[in-house]
Design a binder for this molecule. Structure first.
Ligand code: NAG
Ligand code: NAG
Ligand code: NAG
Ligand code: NAG
Length: 505
């Protein structure tokens, strides 16, 4: 089998420049998205969810989780989106679910690549607050105006809430051809909100106004590992207010949220196959490690990425790591009917457990990180590498999340992972969780957050600088009789949005 398949491997010289940038999500050109959408995952056992087994998780009875099951559509490439009804009377729009940013922003003017937008003039409850907001991404940006309005979520908690809305008026490379959403729902913490953290994010408003628990969970089922001919779009679930037991198997393992901005977690170790990469654990968290539904790929700091590619090259039949496959510039193709998965190792990520002297391991199989790419050729199945290098931290993106049901337990400041019921290819699991492991031999902290300030010398330097600044400020104030009117400048986001980090490559 192995030998027979060898000559069948092509490295397609798919020269399209857009493929180089590919992240599926941003691809705008030649691939046929409808074909990709047909390759939906093997699905959750539908029959299991129909019997109200899950209601126990909501003691107050306010939230009907079953109503929220399957409330998402989309895929890792173009993102998962939720239907929301905005304004009075309601305007129904699709909103991308992004745990890597914190603004709720929606198209409020026509754009060639979107089919609908939120028309503020038609909503009697829309209130503008006159502030402008502008978010610039490494690639792409949007500008708009801050306001608020009432929204309801048809497949969400019962009720209408008032939330902050950034009305997108102009944008550049933000809406792309082929996307089916018209706005973005940032589910991270307020410190990432723009123009500043006083703009209360959606989920904080939802919790406050409906009284649901401060927890949400995500199941994303769009992985294209099934070559079924189903025309059903891939789906997923955003459960607001708790966990829906029918969406996962086995135990939920929790890792602490190190800092509440992104969902920042601590990665202790990486393995390719059974081989420990053996890097200093700080490399894995340089300069942060986050869980982000708005990023398509698993993104690894450059040093870690290089080590992973080297290890995979040694274990797979892709002997030449310079071939362009790993850098994302080329696809690897097999004749139809063959799949490459048996030639690639599983990849394991160890996360710090809530008992900090322990860890647990998320393992993803190649079905999750070697992505089938539409119909390139009638005789070939072509695949792209679902891992890329990153200069702004490790990102556990949709590629990994599709293997798991992920709980964002903000109440207890922790993120939970359990094997997702839809993470199976023809009944064979493509993700697993094991633990606990002893975290001995791992530094007490692998994350960089605040470390430099723990040094007494650095404290001294910091305080000295602060004192100096205060002094300068006093002098400036004394010299300036007229009050200094600061212009509100729209801040630029450098790497807050995942959506965008995903677009860079
Ligand atoms: C995409 O694929 C579908 C199904 O094979 C086909 O009907 C459609 O015409 C294709 N669209 C484009 C733009 O190639
Ligand atoms: C899926 O549903 C079928 C039909 O109800 C049932 O027989 C089967 O045990 C279920 N499988 C799982 C894994 O729950
Ligand atoms: C929400 O719940 C209230 C009280 O149970 C009910 O009267 C109302 O019709 C519900 N609304 C929706 C949209 O289900
Ligand atoms: C935490 O893990 C260590 C090592 O396995 C164990 O000895 C200790 O009892 C655990 N602590 C708690 C509170 O479970």
């Amino acid at each position: 089998m192995f030998v027979r398949s060898l000559p069948l491997l092509w490295l397609c010289f798919w020269s399209s420049q857009s493929l180089y940038r590919v992240p599926l999500k941003t691809f705008s050109g030649k691939l046929n998205w409808s074909v990709l959408l047909e390759l939906s995952a093997s699905r959750r056992n539908q029959s299991a969810s129909g019997h109200g087994l899950s209601l126990a998780s909501d003691p107050a009875g306010n939230v009907n989780f079953l109503n929220m099951v399957d409330n998402l559509e989309g895929d890792a490439g173009r993102g998962y989106y939720l239907q929301m009804v905005i304004g009075t009377p309601g305007q129904t729009l699709n909103i991308l679910v992004d745990t890597g940013s914190s603004n709720f922003a929606v198209a409020s003017a026509p754009h060639p690549y979107i089919s609908a937008y939120f028309n503020r003039d038609l909503s009697s409850t829309y209130r503008t607050n006159g502030m402008s907001v502008s978010v610039r991404y490494t690639q792409g940006d949007w500008q708009g105006e801050l306001g608020s309005d009432r929204i309801t979520i048809p497949h969400g908690p019962n009720g209408t809430i008032v939330i902050n809305i950034a009305a997108i008026l102009t944008s550049d490379d933000f809406f792309l051809p082929g996307i089916k959403w018209q706005g973005i729902l940032g589910l991270a913490y307020s410190s990432l909100a723009r123009p500043d953290s006083s703009v209360v994010p959606f989920f904080d408003s939802l919790v406050k106004q409906t009284g649901i628990p401060d927890v949400f969970s995500l199941q994303m089922c769009g992985e294209g590992f099934s070559t079924s001919t189903s025309t059903e779009p891939a789906d997923g679930s955003l459960i607001m207010g708790g966990l829906e037991p029918t969406l996962y198997q086995g135990s939920m393992w929790y890792t602490p949220i190190l800092q509440e901005w992104y969902y920042q977690v601590e990665v202790l170790k990486l393995e390719v196959g059974e081989k420990n990469l053996n890097l200093d654990c700080r490399e894995y968290n340089s300069d942060k490690a986050i869980v982000d539904s708005g990023t398509t790929l698993l993104r690894l700091p450059v040093k870690v990425f290089d080590a992973v590619v080297e290890a995979i090259t040694q274990m797979s039949i892709l002997q030449d790591s310079s071939s362009g496959f790993f850098s994302g510039s080329k696809l690897a193709c097999w004749v139809k009917g063959e799949t490459p998965w048996e030639f690639f190792p599983k990849i394991s990520i160890y996360l710090r457990a809530t008992n900090t002297s322990q860890s647990f391991r998320l393992a993803i199989f190649p079905q999750l990180y070697i992505h089938l790419v539409g119909d390139i050729d009638s005789t070939l199945n072509c695949f792209r590498f679902g891992i890329s290098s990153s200069t702004n931290g490790l990102v556990i993106g949709a590629t990994v999340m599709e293997g798991f049901y992920v709980a964002f337990d903000r109440t207890h400041k922790q993120v939970g992972f359990a094997v997702s019921t839809c993470a199976a290819s023809n009944g064979i699991p493509v993700a697993e969780i094991t633990g606990p492991f002893l975290a001995e031999g791992v530094a007490a902290s692998c994350a960089e957050r605040g470390q430099e300030l723990q040094e007494p010398l650095m404290w001294l330097v910091a305080y000295t600088l602060m004192a100096l600044c205060a002094l300068v400020l006093l002098i400036v104030l004394a010299l300036t009789l007229a009050p200094c009117k600061r212009r509100r400048r729209d801040r630029e986001i450098t790497d807050e949005s995942s959506l965008v980090r995903n677009r860079i490559k």
